[in-house]
Ligand binder design. Structure first.
Ligand code: TMP
Ligand code: MG
Length: 212
């Protein structure tokens, strides 16, 4: 029987280097001959993803709760694909996940528990790496783009919500690590690799579910 593969999530603020690190990690695992798939949330290619994309570009406006539920639905539409990959032995790396969902919506004043609820039951990551960066350093790195949320003020608030998420996840026994993303790409990817290596051979149980 194939052993199930690990589910790895990379989280962080905008411009923290998440996508770069997720892709370096994906290449590294592939070079070792391990099957791996990279998912990015939001996945803007689906019908729901297109609505999210239009909202993020400020081409459309949506109620705060409505957009929150769309972000969650965008994960749910890929949840069974993620689980079946894991069960077949393909490692999954997700560039953002439900934690971004809570962080970006709770900062608008929606209750933390309300924000968490729609994602309860999703496949649970075996490892979440939060790439931590000071928002002014992120800003200085070539600036945020023009999308919604790409502003230093917003990122500061979001970072505070992530601190709460980290506390709650750690308290619940989840493997959540904070990585200083203000360093060079190489330093960060070395750290990422140390954490990934530590779980590669220790994923034996069935895929867990988030917050159940
Ligand atoms: P991206 O820059 O990684 O493509 O993400 C787009 C923006 O969407 C980013 O500012 C974070 C935000 N976001 C949410 O508000 N809720 C979510 O559930 C996710 C996945 C992202
Ligand atoms: Mg972005």
């Amino acid at each position: 029987m194939t052993r199930r593969a690990p589910f790895i999530v990379v989280e962080g603020l905008d411009r923290s280097g998440k996508s770069t690190q997720a892709s370096i990690l994906c290449d590294h695992l592939t070079s070792l001959g391990l099957p791996v798939e990279l998912f990015k949330f939001p996945d803007r290619r689906t019908a729901i993803g297109k609505m999210i994309d239009s909202y993020l570009r400020s081409e459309s406006d949506l109620d705060d709760r409505a957009i929150h539920l769309l972000f969650s639905a965008n994960r749910w539409e890929l949840a069974s694909t993620i689980s079946s990959h894991l069960e077949k032995g393909t490692t999954i790396i997700a560039d953002r996940y439900a934690f971004s969902g809570i962080a970006f919506s709770a900062r608008k004043g929606l209750s933390y528990k309300w924000c968490q609820a729609p994602d309860v039951g999703l496949p649970a990551p075996d490892l979440t790496m939060f790439l931590d960066i000071e928002p002014d350093i992120a800003q200085a790195r070539g600036g945020y783009g023009t999308e919604r949320y790409e502003q230093e003020e917003v990122q500061r608030d979001v970072r505070q919500v992530f601190e709460r998420i980290e506390k709650e996840m750690t308290h619940a026994g989840a493997r959540w690590v904070k990585i200083d993303a203000g360093r060079t790409q190489k330093e960060v990817s070395q750290d990422v690799w140390v954490h990934v290596q530590s779980i590669l051979d220790s994923v034996h149980h069935p895929v867990g579910t988030l917050w159940e």
